[in-house]
Design a protein around this ligand. Sequence first.
Ligand code: HSE
Length: 291
Amino acid sequence: MLTVRAPASSANLGSGFDVFGVALGVPADVVRVERAEETTISVTGVGSQYIPEDPKGNTVGAVAEALDAPAHIHIDKGVRPASGLGSSAASAAAAAVALNELYDRGRSREELVHVAAKGEAVVSGDAHADNVAPSILGGFTIARDDGVLQVDASVKLVACLPEVVVSTRDARQVVPQSASMDELVATVGSAATLVSGMHRDDPELVGRGLEEHVVTPRRAKLVDGYDDVKAAAEAAGATGVTISGAGPSVLAVCRGDDRRAVASAMLSAFDDAGVSARAYQTEIGEGATVY
Ligand code: HSE
């Protein structure tokens, strides 16, 4: 028997749509695996009632099949499904690392990113590695078609999760098919600033690098209170704010000692918009850990 903890993650970071991601210190999923003749799945924890236990409909079932590693897999959800915090990716990442170890498959962590992404694709129809990469590798990741780059960044964050659901499908439907040259130039500038900030552990640069005007403004309309929450977080000291993944979570980059004030300002702004929420005061964290 083997237990692996894999963290929540925040994808996109504004300027890195479908490319950038960070592992979060909290929350996380914990997956326990035990060899078996065929794969069975049980799920407990946050939102477990929404997660299918049939291996064909569950991302970890697809991971077990890809690694030819049948097992009883127990998922203890700490990451709420449909939160924008890489919930299914955390389960897939933990299962990939756990089953690789349990069956001694010898895959590298980079190879496991692709296994976990394929697992996600079987269930969700799309193979973005921007959540599974940070969940497995930790830190800040750049997921490209030809591989993944990883930086051991350390920046303080607040992830504020409202009690509403935004489906990734809906959030992808509002993404425009094209962008203007001006928008492209601005996005490249932001993305480069963000990468530079990650290398220097500089929250000012990372915050500025979140700015993006193609995808984020369209998705913001799907999150009640977003503009006020963003303004409140910035007034409380956040260096930048964006939508986490496909939403509805909102991610704020902080200088460090202002996380409590930023979290409190975001919660109040959501409350004023009639939305209850919870805030994770966290930081860029480690990837999947084997116990
Ligand atoms: N990059 C993805 C998106 C993350 O924003 O749609 C969610 O799967």
